[in-house]
Design a protein around this ligand. Structure first.
Ligand code: MCA
Ligand code: AMP
Length: 520
């Protein structure tokens, strides 16, 4: 392999594969492929075939490959193939509606779209209209045109050289303006983060990962998959999270990663016992705040202390509680509930006041970060990108927090108006924009309130125009037709007015207080 090819993330992952390529890399625990075992050789050869298929399409340099398919091992192979062939992977949540897909395709201008066979009718129509050259299908049962076409391709492929700064992935995140932005991550952003996490979380030979997260966001696609592949660790693979199946798999595994909702759902099962979890080494939680109650209950029930970490689509992972003693912090090894741990090695994190002045330990302010993991900017949004970075190159996370005297970081809130529901981000602005365009709507506000399963969910408050009447159920149905289902508020109330401060700004904190017990 050439020197340059080694900057390609795929080359680094491939170099870590075990010498016995016939050993099991992935075992599927659910769905149509339940019981199937894929070897490392299978991953490598399928990724080669798919990369050769992409090469045969004569795509322009830097071509985006948009993928909106159900989770499957074949989807993982496609991800590896795109990296290997040097193109840019664009994963899309399967919950996105036609309207949302249309936006992403219009913005990213991919050359290829891979969709599920059942969406092919409308998705291909929309894609071809937007100028996409190729549309393939990939189903959950190894069906669809993508694999049929790739079957005829050679199963060897020379990994395309990439520089560390070359674009590998675009991940869309919604925003406080209501318009989604594509965060551009390079091969170097992801590889540096994956290598550092391998050390920091002490991945060891013999580790086995239970993979139960979606593969279209940072947590499931990068943190979990890169971790396992870089450590040559087999994955026990669930296409859908199923609390009972994860608990059942624990005696054969050592590592699990999840959002807090997954932990609360497992805690509801009597089968989760100390004995059942005794083979496990590490439980990681992230993407949303882990409640102290969940942290304590997990410890009591299983004997394990969940390791909470913090990251973003724009930065991959930023901080983590220690896995073992951290020499940078006097050998502290304690995983402190309610905190997200220390900045990871190589990451600089600071807490600043409104003017950008550095705050002392314990003071609450805006979190800014820099490091080799921080993204290259927002796709085709140079002004937005410039706004989000300070003059000395720190990225403004939009999270509010503090660093204590021992160096532990705590996230205490967000300056961005964001709801995190079951680990998915929901931006009220995106929903309010749609609501405010409805006939008869004077104004609206979407707020996040506590929910026992999803941690937080959205509630919409609607103010009708004088003389107009609004039907909450019709409004919700309208939102459902346009937005991914997890973004749709769980409740909708018609109110006379919204509380405002003297500047005229809606006081969402008062509304959150008023509705906080809705799901208690
Ligand atoms: C499903 N529903 C939801 C959510 N998920 N509502 C609000 N929030 C959600 N997260 C709704 C559906 O709309 C549907 O409602 C009903 O619940 C049942 O849907 P279903 O698909 O059956 O739900 P599920 O399979 O039980 O899914 C729940 C889940 C899933 C397993 C918690 O949401 C999930 O996998 N979350 C993980 C998200 C994740 O990977 N985040 C990482 C992002 P209806 O019937 O009315 O339509 S990466 C990140 O955040 C950063 C970088 C980081 O730090 O990691
Ligand atoms: P995303 O759009 O998926 O990149 O979401 C990133 C956001 O998720 C961060 O800016 C935080 O607000 C939030 N987040 C991620 N991990 C944690 C955590 N452990 N605790 C609190 N918030 C978190």
């Amino acid at each position: 392999m050439t020197e340059a090819a080694q900057h390609n993330l795929y080359a680094a992952l491939r170099a870590a594969f075990p010498s016995d390529l016939d050993s099991v890399a992935v075992e599927v625990l659910d769905g149509p492929g339940e019981g199937l075992r894929y070897s490392w050789q299978d991953l490598d050869k399928a990724a080669a075939k798919l990369a050769n298929l992409l090469d045969s399409l004569d795509l322009p340099a830097g071509a985006r490959i948009a993928v909106q398919v159900e989770k499957s091992v074949e989807c993982l192979m496609l991800y590896l193939a795109v990296l290997r062939a040097g193109y840019v992977y664009l994963p899309l949540n399967t919950a996105y509606t036609a309207k949302e897909l249309e936006y992403f395709i219009g913005d990213a201008e991919p050359s290829v779209l891979v969709c599920t066979p059942c969406n092919h009718g409308w998705a291909s129509k929309l894609a071809f209209k937007a100028g996409v050259d190729w549309v393939f299908t990939l189903g959950g049962d190894r069906d669809g045109s993508l694999l049929q076409r790739a079957a005829h391709c050679a199963d060897e492929h020379e990994t395309v050289p990439r520089e560390a700064d070359d674009l590998a992935v675009i991940i869309y995140t919604s925003g406080t303006t209501g318009r989604s932005k594509g965060a551009m991550l390079s091969h170097g952003n992801m590889l540096s983060n994956a290598r550092m996490l391998k050390d920091y979380w002490a991945w060891t030979p013999g580790d086995v990962l239970i993979h139960a997260l979606p593969v279209f966001h940072v947590h499931g696609l990068f943190v979990a998959i890169h971790g396992a592949l870089l450590n040559a660790s087999p994955m026990l693979w669930l296409n859908r999270f199923d609390a009972a199946k994860v608990v059942e798999a624990m005696p054969r595994a050592t590592v699990f990663m999840g959002v807090p909702t997954l932990y609360t759902r497992m805690l509801a099962l009597p089968a989760l016992t100390r004995q059942q979890a005794s083979h496990m080494r590490l439980f990681v939680s992230g993407s949303a705040p882990l409640l102290m109650d969940t942290f304590r209950s997990w410890k009591e029930r299983t004997g394990h202390t969940i390791l909470e970490r913090y990251g973003m689509s724009e930065t991959v992972m930023l901080t983590s509680n220690p896995c073992g003693p951290d020499a940078r912090h006097g050998g502290l090894a304690e995983r402190r509930g309610g905190t997200v741990g220390f900045p990871l090695p190589g990451v600089s994190l600071r807490v600043v006041d409104g003017e950008g002045g550095l705050l002392p330990a314990g003071a609450v302010g805006d979190i800014q970060v820099s490091g080799p993991n921080v993204f290259q900017g927002y796709w085709r949004m140079p002004e937005k990108t410039a706004q989000e970075f300070t003059v000395d190159g720190f990225f403004r996370t939009g999270d509010v927090g503090q660093v204590d005297a021992d160096g532990y970081v705590t996230i205490v809130g967000r300056s961005k108006d964001l709801i995190i529901s079951g680990g998915y981000n929901v931006y009220p602005a995106e929903i309010e924009q749609i609501l405010n365009e409805l006939q008869g709507m004077a104004e609206s506000a979407v707020i996040g309130i506590p929910h026992p399963d999803f941690g937080e969910v959205g509630v919409a408050l609607l103010v009708p125009r004088e003389g107009a009447s609004l039907s909450p159920s019709e409004v919700l149905a309208h939102l459902k037709s346009l937005l991914a289902n997890y973004k749709v508020p769980k409740r909708c109330y018609v109110v006379d007015e919204l509380p405002r401060n003297t500047m005229g700004k809606v006081q969402k904190n008062l509304l959150r207080e008023q509705f906080k017990s809705t799901f208690a």
